[in-house]
Structure formats: structure tokens, C-alpha cells
Write a protein that binds this ligand. Sequence first.
Ligand SMILES: NC(=O)c1ccc[n+]([C@@H]2O[C@H](COP(=O)([O-])OP(=O)(O)OC[C@H]3O[C@@H](n4cnc5c(N)ncnc54)[C@H](OP(=O)(O)O)[C@@H]3O)[C@@H](O)[C@H]2O)c1
Length: 481
Amino acid sequence: MDMEAAHRLDLTPLTRNAMMVGFDLIQWCMFNGPAVHNALHALMKLWDQKAIRAVHPTVAYPIAEMETAMRRMQRGAHVGKLILLPGPDARFKVLTRSSSFARLDDPDATYLIVGGLGGIGLALADWMIARGAQHILIVSRRAESHVEAEPLVERGRAQGCNVVVRNCDVAKKDQLVTLLAESARTMPPIRGVIQAAMALHDTILQHLTYEQWQSSIQPKVAGTLNLHYCLPNDLRFFVMLSSISGVVGLVSQANYAAGNNFQDALARHRAAQGLAAVAIDLPAVGDVGVVTNSEDSAMRARLERSVGSSSISIGRVLRLVEAAVVSPVRAHDINAAQLVVGIVAWDRITTGALPKRDRRFWTMRLGNTSGAAGAGAVGRSNNPDDVLKQDLAGASSGDGALSLVMGALVRKVATLFNLVEAEIDTSSGLSAVGVDSLVAVELRNWLSSVVQAKVTVFEILQTATMREFAKLVTERSALVI
Ligand SMILES: NC(=O)c1ccc[n+]([C@@H]2O[C@H](COP(=O)([O-])OP(=O)(O)OC[C@H]3O[C@@H](n4cnc5c(N)ncnc54)[C@H](OP(=O)(O)O)[C@@H]3O)[C@@H](O)[C@H]2O)c1
């Protein structure tokens, strides 16, 4: 009996003075070792005395057919034991997961952080040191006289990392070329760069002077382009810290927004050439950096309100950068080279905020219910569940949605029970096909996450026909408007 399923219990056996005891074998093994030992000992004695014998019949499956064996067990139609046999030539599916930690401990690599003494840049430098980087080149226009420069170099030294701090305006190509020439003479080759340079001059476009325009544009446009041209093509990573200001278009930040848009476009351009590039469009960062340090204490709340975003922590920024370093080349889908972070769900965006006024964002209403990944998510996945979600969200009529749900339900049941789809009789109920309470729980979870319809196990088991059930699911689906 599965206690976690919290079924009602038939109490009739208790009329025979029977006793029922809840017993968790796993807990018993964990907390009562000697008792388990004694029990196993007694068991082996019985085995030696031939008082007990192995369960039979047994059905063996090659390990490659694990799914078939599991499905058979799930149906509860078998007697005895199912055995999985590994073999030297067996081939089976495994789920692999690449490391989510960036390896920066190559002694023959230098990593460059532009704007590396700014709020976020400093955190990035400490992160690189912690990840084992041995040579880091930190640059900004006035880096050498920055109050944080010396302590950072010291922190690096204490952890075996050679941190070099240099003045360089990356927007000036000659300065960058000179810096790179010096670094080529004195440090290992530059293998990765994080571009975190910015300069803010916020005011509405009518009041913006040419100089103010230029000062925000320069580090983002000229600076990033110079890095693109002057650094080698075989960089392991090229990460740009861009901003969602460019995506939503903050009124008083036309210069900054344009600079960020440039970085987003450059990320796609590089990705299309098979080069490393990721632009991360950050929202306000809540604990370090320019928003936190601003004298305008209301800036953060104002940004959140008008952009429809929530602030993120520096810890989250570091995780995003780490993901960009671990997966630096996004040539398979150039749109994946731009990550838009922090825009909140449609319902949480206040009326009057930029995304609510701009039709380009209105598809986010679907994201509210479909769980689509933010405004930047486009393209069609090959995963049948994703395809179903997208099709349901775009279904123009109730009938269209119903036939999509019906088709998906038949496919799911066919997979669960190893059946041919054509053999499934949709005029009978799911329990007639073999769905029991265990499978019903699996179906319920699948319907909830993919079709976004909440149904109960009772409804799965008791609805008279699959067609009726599909209708119920379609009506409840949050994807079908
Ligand atoms: N903080 C946030 O909430 C936030 C939100 C969204 C996006 N971002 C992005 O995150 C990155 C870092 O932001 P932050 O808050 O750390 O900014 P920050 O504290 O102002 O640091 C930026 C650094 O860039 C340097 N810099 C400016 N122009 C330069 C140039 N031409 N060449 C070289 N260095 C230059 C500045 O140093 P010098 O004056 O010495 O040159 C400054 O230390 C930026 O790309 C920004 O767009 C930040």
C-alpha cells in the first residue's frame, strides 16, 4: 500500500482483530542497523535450510529495454519478478549533465574584465579568483588609481592569482591595442573577456547633449566593437553585461539603451559566425553596482516599476555569467546569445509600465500561463511536449484545442502502455485502457505541467470516455483562451 498516495483505507480487516502498522523499510534500514543485520541473518539461515526459495517466475529483460520492463511493472500485470540484465554490448539511454561550474584554472590563460573595478566587475573578479583563475587583467579608464585596485590585487595574490590592473579606455582603439600588446608580452594569452564597462548620463532625449549621448554610447558601442576586432577569434568566452533597458526602451536612457542594443546585436552577429558571445540583459542589480550606489535612492523602485522587472542579486548575476562561460558559443540558435533577465510575469507588471504599453510585449500574456521563457524565447522546439504547449496556446478554436489534447492523450497512453495508437479506443474510459492510480498520478502531473490543466486522479479514473476526459482537460487548460 502506498501511504504517500493518502488513499482511504478499507477497515473491514480490523473486524478480525487484525493490526495494521505503518512501516518504512528505508527508514528502518537507516536508523536501525543491528535490527536489519539480524533480520538478514535470519533470512539467510532460512535460505540455507531451504525453507524459503527465490521468488518465481522471473522475467529477464536486457537492460536496454528498461523502459518496457518498468512499464510492465507499472501496469501491475506481471507475476513474480522482473530482472534487468546488463550486458557488455548493451546500449541504453543515459541522461548526461555537463558541469555547471566554469573551469578557469588554466595556468596558460588570462581573463580580461573591462570595467572590472565597478560594482559588478569587482564581484566578477573575486568570482574568477575563486574559480581558480591564475591571471586576470582588469581595465577601466581610471583603474590604477581606484581605491579597490590594491585590495583586489592583494586578494588575488593571497589565492595564487596574478591580478593586473591597467588604465585603458576600450573605446579608444589605440589604447586597447597598446594594452593588448603589453599583455601579450607579460601575461599568457587572453582566453576570455567580460565586458562590464558602462557610463550613465540619463536625461530625456530632447535634453541630451551630443557629449552625453557619446559618453554612454562609447564604452558599449566603440568599446565592445574594439574588443570584438582586437581580441583573437578563438576566445573561450565573450560575455557582455547588457541591460533590459535596451529591450524595453527606458525613456530617459536612450543613449544607454542604444548601447545595450548594440551589444545584443553584436552577440547575435558573433554567434552567427560561430564565435563565443553571450549578452546578458540584466535588470537592476540589488546589492552592488550603479543602481545600488546611486544617490537617487528611489532609482531601483522606479526602474522596477517602469520596466516591469524585479531586481536580482549579484549571486544570480554570477550564476548567469557562469552559465555563459560554461556554454559560450550559441551558434545553434543565435537568439540564445541574448538572455533577457528579470522581466516579471505579465500579471505582476503594473499598468502603465513600458511592457504593458508596447504591443511587442503582449505575447507575454501567454507566457503567464504557458510558462514560456520570457520575452526573448522564440523558435520551435522538437520536444513533443513543447510543441503541444505552443500549438495549444495558438489554437484558434475550442475544437482545434480539443483535437490537440485528444491526440496528445492518445499518444501519451500509447507510450505508457506500449500500445499502438490506433488500438486505443477513445470511447472507453482511461481505466479501461489500464490506467490505475499510479499511472493516473503520472498522467495528472503531465497534464498539469504540459497542458496546464488541473484534474484529479478521481476524474482521470472515473470519466466515462477518453473523449469526455479530453474535453474536460481542454476546458481546464490555462493555455486555451
Ligand atoms: N548595476 C546594475 O544594476 C546593472 C543593471 C543592468 C545592467 N548592468 C550592466 O552591468 C555592467 C556593470 O555595471 P556596474 O553597475 O558594475 O557599473 P559601474 O559600477 O558603473 O562600473 C562600470 C565601470 O566601467 C568603467 N568604464 C566606463 N567606461 C569605460 C571605458 N570606456 N573603458 C573602460 N572602462 C570603462 C568604469 O570605470 P572608469 O570610470 O575607471 O572607466 C566603471 O568602473 C554594465 O555593463 C551595465 O550595463 C548593470
